[in-house]
Design a protein around this ligand. Sequence first.
Ligand code: PLP
Length: 378
Amino acid sequence: MNLFDVYPLWPIEPVKAYGCRIRDKEGVEYIDLYGGHAVISIGHCHPTYCKMLAEQLQKIGFYSNAVRNSLQKELALELGKLSGYEDYSLFLCNSGAEANENAIKLASFHTGKTKILALHKAFHGRTSGAIAATDNPVIRAPFNRTDNVTFIPMDDLETAETEMAKGEYAAILIEGIQGVAGIFEPKAEYLKGIRELCNRYQVVLIFDEVQSGYGRSGRFFAHQYSRVRGDIITVAKGMGNGFPIGGVLISPIFKAVHGMLGTTFGGNHLACTAALAVLRVIREESLMENAVTMGDYIIRCLKGNKAIKEIRGKGLMIGIELKEGYETLRNRLLFEKRIFTGGAGKNVIRLLPPLNVDKQTIDIFVEAFNQLTETKIK
Ligand code: PLP
């Protein structure tokens, strides 16, 4: 059987990884400033993470959600403490799209409405509900083009109010920082205004923190820079440092009813252990603080580089928009300098490194970046 060929693949096969480094089959070492789409939050193969997972695997890896699993409670407690959402409840699932599906479902149960608002350029995942809220015509299959989603521009409160005043919407979905679009942050004033509108028109405010959450921005959630609270917050990616797990943080205004949400694998013992290890390392190693320091350092080091049109983002979620003529830079960083970075469109380099990346690693990247951008490299 062949693999269904839906992803372009780099001709590189990692066989070992540690911290911010990856080694391939040929023994070549790479710097990882991408973290497999923002997934590697505490660094590859962190010793605390490996030890906790190995120990748990020898006890029990999985049993269904029909029995008690105290690791889930422990995780909810720790996540509440570190995120500042202590009074919220947690529903566990397996991925970001699934978290968003459940969030939309909850909002719909709660309001009795079927329509949702989403922002232009949004990306919320590839299940049929999440993709309907994703403003990308290339990846939306025809059956996803539902009439249930209205896309509105970011930072435009007037349009948001015109829509919400119709009284048709269950929820508005907003990424803490738009990642796939190329790192775009909603303004704090916009989020404050959206919060007020949601209260006025009884629309559920869902923050998708799947990519921007888990300390990546320097706060636990990127939307917390605005001091606005969501009614529902969705998480995944960095939550398990590579172990598939997603979650939905749910305000006390929602009433849980048996059977309204469900999952087979969500919140299994191994997944909870991975998530507990991540929270422990983020806390013990002050990784949110490191994200701020290192993010500022990257931006300071790259300032003045003539190839850059704009640098955006917060903490270790950085978009470097390049001027015309540097379209091959990402490939050259990888193949000539052995540095993995992310991309968005043709001209944005996305940096999403592990949150414990150090200055020395950044210096290597900055030197490579400056060298390769000395001349246009189309
Ligand atoms: N939401 C955002 C903001 C994302 O960036 C992604 C994935 O890139 C998703 C949701 C979907 O997550 P998953 O691929 O785990 O389903």
